[in-house]
Design a protein around this ligand. Structure first.
Ligand code: ZN
Ligand code: ZN
Length: 823
């Protein structure tokens, strides 16, 4: 907290009349948070100079420290401004000041870093190119004109290039680039925007762009990326427009224009890019990536271009343009309404002023049958240059095959993406740590995170209740993240991915080591899931010397929601997801818990149903439809249930499997209930990516509120919800000719109403009036919205996620919180 001015004034000398404007004071000031590598010292320097204060500023292990001396009023202004006007990438946690005796010094200086300063200062997240750098990038008179690696203290790569701390150039992947004289002068000039910007570079001394084929052969000619060298094939480039990106960039644009697939090295890994308006190009990318349906994200140059494709409100704009630059999931505009540009050729006449042919609409294959589109604005200078030249929306999707982790090392990228990409736009600045794009979605005025990664990580989450002992939480299996907790900070890792192969396991183990080093945390407690087969569980059990805490999956979800909201509970926790190991050895996923951070009691759940075929039942929702329909109509299916005709021949086998309990684990999963209804309503019988049936069921629903289907609640404890009732109601609606879109909405509202009724029963028995909603099912905004409405209408206080995803990507935070709360 900023101290009251009187505390500073206590160090006055002279007249002894405190508060007198002319009295001179001196104060020792400490600033904590993300304050190194973000231009904080130059900011303090110019602030102090402007206010006429004497003293100095420096970095040390705890952040930034300074001493300032001058008129009391100026020192007070200084303290206010340090917090209020901090540089854009800084996150100021705390400013403290102690009075000192003035010593009559003059002048202000930046003093060298304290060499012992290790680790406690925080590495910042990667940040999108700032406005100043963009101006220089577009200015032919600037020496960095068109340079794809331009950056400054206010923008550029951070987390993805840091090898170790302190954050200093030799410990980043820029170590191999020797600064030229001009860059060095900027780097050492406290008044310069690039003062101590570790990745600072220019065409003369920095990384260079190259265009390669899958064999690593240079497609742009030797030395073509080098400024000043005679470029081969330069006839195809407009002089003065390409800048030092030169031939590689121009040829890369040709690759895209010809409908080919371009791999592009970004901040945290390789992307695959194609023309988003070309059906053939999008289909080619899908086929080669073995990604049948999962939507691709689309890169557009600016907000105006985004508005042509999707409905944007103020929050969506803010998310799109934030320096974190996540993928933002937005509702698509109805066909024929391309908003903002009534002439309909917005791309050609686009606000970026880019030339190019008018582009058609986004190809269907980009996000097949999807009412949403994931949009992203450029966040590196290379993306800006590419889009400026290409002048069309561009698919920018992770550089991988199917569900593998994204490629981030050059040789590995050529190897793994060689069968997908026709060319590689790459460069020689190494990426130290793989970091996927983050994904957010606006919900009722706030951003909900679906994936917290680039742009957010490694920024810690501050918690009101500090960790008494250092904690490592290993996360779950899918969408894995881990979390290191220390003091009042929780460091959530980047998105690691599904822990089911060697590559992701290596990211996981190396990531834990890396984070431990960066933040100087040696865990004493290690939290893990209860599932014995999760690789994250096995990793934890294999550690020597740490105290282990097993945390039930859905308790971790609710604790994650509590920690997200900085609360301790107890609450009624509604944890709805696909799969989580229960304390009874069955698969849970439709859970009502009475929980605080330390403990959880299962107070209600969806009735268990068999999953015939185990994992096969997850991949083939029709199996769940068969099981649920059999339970919903114990006396036999109505003969006219037309939908059951599909796969009807396979039903007897599946139902026999379920009945005999052979390879048919019992589950209370809400995800499987959604699957069953999706298959029943004809959404799909089998899926190509996790959660697909539920995603499409949500999209199918009409947008007007509907009367929800009823479901019986069978008294407990624990209370049991008859899920088959909902399925029966949906089937009867179908038989009565109700459109599936209406039936989908009625199902969603039925689940919300059921949650409301169960929570009311639990409030009666427990006296708890707060409900926490967590688990992947609540990524469904139709369900989330309806549930929040029902609960608030019934007088509950409702906690939802904000800082971490409701899905398993947020679960490590919950595990850490549970471990920390153990007596
Ligand atoms: Zn910048
Ligand atoms: Zn240079």
């Amino acid at each position: 907290m900023i101290p009251q001015p009187r505390r500073v004034a206590a160090g006055c000398t002279g007249s002894g009349q405190t508060g007198q404007v002319t009295s001179t004071v001196r104060a020792a000031i400490r600033v904590e948070g993300v304050v190194q590598g973000v231009g904080f010292r130059p900011f303090v320097y110019s602030l102090a100079t402007r206010l006429g204060l004497a003293g100095w500023v420096g970095n040390d292990s705890g952040g930034v420290f300074a001493e300032v001396e001058g008129p009391a009023e100026s020192v007070r202004d200084f303290l206010e401004s340090v917090r209020r006007d901090a540089p854009p990438l800084a996150r100021v946690d705390r400013v403290t000041a102690e009075p000192m005796t003035p010593d009559g010094a003059a002048g202000f200086a930046i003093v060298p870093s304290d060499g012992t300063g290790r680790r406690r200062a925080l590495v910042s997240a990667d940040s999108a190119t700032c406005a100043d750098c963009l101006r220089e990038l577009a200015d032919p008179a600037d020496r960095r004109f068109g340079y794809p690696f331009i950056n400054c203290t206010n923008c550029g790569p951070r987390f993805t290039i840091v090898r170790d701390v302190p954050y200093d150039r030799p410990l980043t992947t820029m170590a191999g680039f020797i600064m030229c004289r001009q860059c060095a002068a900027e780097y050492h000039d406290p008044a310069n925007r690039r003062f101590h910007a570790q990745p600072v570079c220019c065409p003369a001394c920095g990384p260079r762009l190259r265009l390669l084929d899958a064999h690593g052969t240079d497609l742009a000619g030797p030395g073509s990326g080098s400024p000043g060298s005679p470029s081969t094939g330069s006839a195809s480039i407009e002089p003065g427009r390409a800048g030092p990106a030169g031939v590689p960039l121009a040829k890369a644009v040709q690759v895209l224009q010809q409908g080919h697939v371009l791999a592009v090295k970004g901040l945290g890994g390789y992307h695959l890019a194609v023309d988003a308006t070309s059906p053939a190009a999008a289909a080619r990318l899908r086929a080669r990536k073995h990604r049948e349906d999962k939507p691709f994200a689309v890169l557009v140059p600016d907000v105006a271009a985004a508005r042509m494709l999707c409905e944007l409100d103020e929050l969506a704009e803010e998310m799109l343009t934030s320096s974190r630059r996540p993928i933002v999931l937005l509702p698509r505009r109805a066909a024929g309404s391309r908003g903002g540009h009534p002439d309909g050729d917005g791309w050609a006449a686009g606000p970026s002023g880019a030339p190019g042919s008018p582009a058609g609409p986004i190809a269907d294959a980009v996000a097949p049958g999807n009412r949403q589109l994931g949009l992203m604005l450029p966040y590196t200078p290379l993306h800006h240059l590419l889009l400026r030249e290409f002048a069309r929306p561009m698919v920018l999707t992770s550089g991988n095959v199917s569900d593998e982790p994204i490629a981030y090392q050059d040789a590995d990228a050529l190897d793994r993406l060689g069968g997908i990409a026709d060319a590689f736009l790459t460069h020689d600045r190494p990426i130290h740590i793989r970091t996927d794009d983050s994904v957010v979605r606006p919900f009722r005025g706030r951003a909900t995170l679906l994936r917290r990664s680039r742009g957010y990580v490694p920024e810690p989450l501050r918690l009101r209740r500090p960790f008494r002992r250092a904690v490592l939480a290993c996360g779950a299996e899918l969408k894995n993240t881990f979390c290191l907790g220390h003091g009042d900070r929780a460091f959530l890792s980047q998105h690691i991915g599904d822990l089911e192969n060697y590559e992701t396991l290596r990211s996981f183990t190396e990531g834990i080591t890396h984070f431990g080093r960066l933040f100087d945390i040696t865990p004493e407690l290690v939290a893990h899931d209860l599932h014995p087969e999760y690789l994250s569980t096995k990793y934890a059990l294999d550690l020597d010397g740490a105290e282990l805490v097993g945390v039930q999956h859905h308790h971790a979800h609710i604790a994650s929601c509590l920690a997200d909201n900085d609360e301790d509970g107890p609450v009624i926790g509604v944890a709805f997801d696909g799969t989580g190991y229960g304390t009874d050895g069955t698969i849970w996923g439709g859970e009502f818990l009475l929980a605080d951070l330390a403990t959880a009691e299962r107070a209600g759940h969806l009735a268990g149903v068999p999953m015939p075929g185990g994992a096969a039942a997850i991949r083939q929702p029709w199996r769940m439809a068969a099981v649920y329909l059999a339970a919903a109509f114990p006396d036999g299916l109505p003969g006219s249930l037309a939908v059951a005709a599909r796969n009807q021949a396979a039903w007897p086998d599946v139902l026999a499997m379920a009945e005999r309990g052979i390879n048919a684990p019992v589950t209370s999963s809400c995800g499987r209930l959604f699957d069953a209804v999706a298959a029943l309503l004809g959404v799909r019988d089998s899926i190509n990516y996790e959660g697909q049936a539920a995603v499409e069921l949500e999209q199918l629903a009409v947008s007007t509120p509907q009367a929800g289907y009823p479901a019986r609640i069978i008294p407990g404890p624990p209370l049991t919800v008859a899920g088959p009732d909902l399925v029966r109601a949906a089937a009867e609606d179908l038989l009565a000719g109700v459109p599936p879109a209406v039936a989908s909405a009625r199902f969603h509202y039925g689940v919300a109403a059921m949650i409301g009724r169960v929570c009311q029963r639990l409030r009666e028995s427990s006296g708890l009036g707060t409900v926490a909603l967590s688990g992947g099912v609540f990524q469904n905004l139709l369900l989330l919205g309806a549930t929040v409405d029902v609960l608030e209408h019934a007088g509950f206080r409702v906690l939802t996620h904000a800082r971490v995803p409701p899905n398993d990507g947020g679960i490590s935070l919950g595990q850490a919180a549970v471990a920390a709360a153990q007596p």
